[in-house]
Design a binder for this molecule. Structure first.
Ligand code: HEM
Length: 414
């Protein structure tokens, strides 16, 4: 994947064709591989949902996203349909309502600790990525995996220098201390659930994971959950700091609301959810959705041949004027309140689409909503003097998106 995003020639060509020539689909060759870039909602629906059985994988069977050998069986990169179904079915119950309600209690504890650490900063302007990153890492590790790393990650200022965090940034080839911190306790927990199966029985099993698969899933949940939710929270705090009136309205909505699972939804906190949706629209943490065609299929009248890669550039899809109106490029959370159906629109896909969409969607939503509720209730968030709020989205040499510069914010206790 890295080589692809870095190779500006393809990207620039496809973007130009879609954006400037106002097309919805463009086909080209990347080397010998046919590629289709599309923001056409009918084609997206056909590929991601209707004809899913011909497009179960993101990559061709021999493909790689640059992952190291230890995470080659992670859910997001598995190419064998049977293996993917078994692994997904095995992990899915971990994100049920009951599990999420339990996880919420753990996330609340992590927020208590985060508050103490923010108070320790004594109002000093701080990179919001550090605050969001610390909380997300702590939240994902403790709630999703039952690992408490708080003692290790105690100091917010030093957070990014911790060996485990540094290794995270090189996760595709994790180093030995990452194994120590993350894999060993997590492996034990999953194995305790009696999900462990051997390689031979995996071929026919409907449920269960081999040891390599367990290690891979621990990594993918950590990677997928960390970077994405961190980006979402960074974007949200930046916009709330930039627009104090909006922050006051969110404060009015969330202050005093019980921190309960049943309250973390658009009915109970419409503006908070709308702000987060708008952040996901304009700053989608995952920049491209991929599917690989494994059997010749007619899609919306277009013949797709085995081997074609279908790719959806999410930032383009989320800013098409035809779908979003003239203010497509402006930050306007109220659009999701005026039209609550937008949340389910086929052109709003921050978590992907179809059976292979994001497995952590609901976990990410409750984690982010609770973090906004707690921190906005207790802190006034503002931009430091002289900070020019001109943040833009940039594509990283991976699936993830990033910001054009560091976002420093003040968190002052109310
Ligand atoms: C704001 C937060 C998040 C965003 C925007 C996000 C976005 C995405 C997207 C776009 C995909 C690909 C979907 C597709 O191809 O249709 C994906 C897949 C995935 N996500 Fe997330 N994600 C987030 C949080 C999380 C969390 C918290 C977890 C785990 C706890 C997680 C675990 C995964 C996994 C395992 C996959 C691969 C699923 C599969 O291949 O079956 N994500 N995510």
């Amino acid at each position: 994947m890295g080589h692809y995003i870095k190779n500006d020639g393809y990207i620039e060509f496809a973007e130009r064709e879609l954006r400037e020539k106002n097309r919805k689909t463009v086909a080209f060759y990347r080397g010998v591989d046919p590629v289709i870039w599309t923001v056409d909602t009918e084609i997206i629906n056909d590929v991601f949902v209707k004809h899913f059985s011909s497009f179960t994988s993101r990559l061709k069977p021999t493909g790689s996203m640059g992952q190291g050998k230890d995470i080659r069986e992670a859910l997001n990169v598995i190419t064998d349909p049977h293996q993917w179904r078994r692994v997904r079915q095995t992990i899915s119950p971990s994100f049920s309502n009951r599990q999420l309600t339990e996880m919420l209690e753990i996330i609340k504890d992590r927020l208590d600790i985060l508050e103490e650490q923010i108070d320790g900063l004594e109002g000093e302007a701080t990179d919001v990525g550090t605050i969001a990153g610390k909380f997300t890492m702590d939240g994902t590790l403790s709630a999703a995996m039952g690992i408490d790393m708080n003692e290790d990650l105690k100091d917010l200022k030093d957070f990014e220098n911790h060996p485990a965090v540094r290794h995270f940034y090189n996760l595709m080839n994790p180093g030995p201390s990452m194994f120590f911190y993350v894999m060993i306790p997590g492996l034990g927990l999953l194995a305790d659930e009696q999900l462990l199966i051997d390689k031979k029985s995996a071929k026919n099993a409907q449920r269960g994971l081999t040891e390599t698969e367990i290690i891979s899933q621990i990594f993918v949940i950590f990677v997928a959950g960390y970077e994405t939710t961190k980006t979402l929270l960074q974007t949200a705090f930046y916009h709330l700091a930039k627009d104090q009136k909006l922050q006051q309205e969110v404060l009015k909505e969330v202050r005093g609301l019980d921190e309960h699972y049943d309250n973390l939804n658009p009915k109970k906190m419409p503006l908070t959810c709308a702000v987060l949706h708008e952040c996901l629209r304009l700053f989608p943490p995952v920049g491209i959705h991929l599917r690989w065609c494994e059997a010749d299929t007619m899609v919306n009248g277009i013949p797709m041949t085995r081997g074609a890669s279908i790719e959806v550039p999410v930032d383009l899809l989320h800013t098409m004027e035809e779908y979003w109106g003239e203010d497509a490029h402006e930050f306007n959370p109220y659009r999701f309140i005026e039209d609550p159906e937008l949340e389910k629109a086929p052109f709003f896909l921050p978590f992907g689409a179809g059976p292979r969409n994001c497995i952590g969607l609901r976990f990410a939503n409750i984690e982010a909503r609770l973090a906004i509720q707690r921190l906005v209730s207790n802190y006034e968030v503002s931009l430091p003097e002289g900070f020019v709020p001109d943040i833009k989205l940039i594509r990283l040499p991976s699936f993830f998106m990033d910001f054009s510069k560091e976002i420093k914010l003040h968190f002052k206790r109310r």
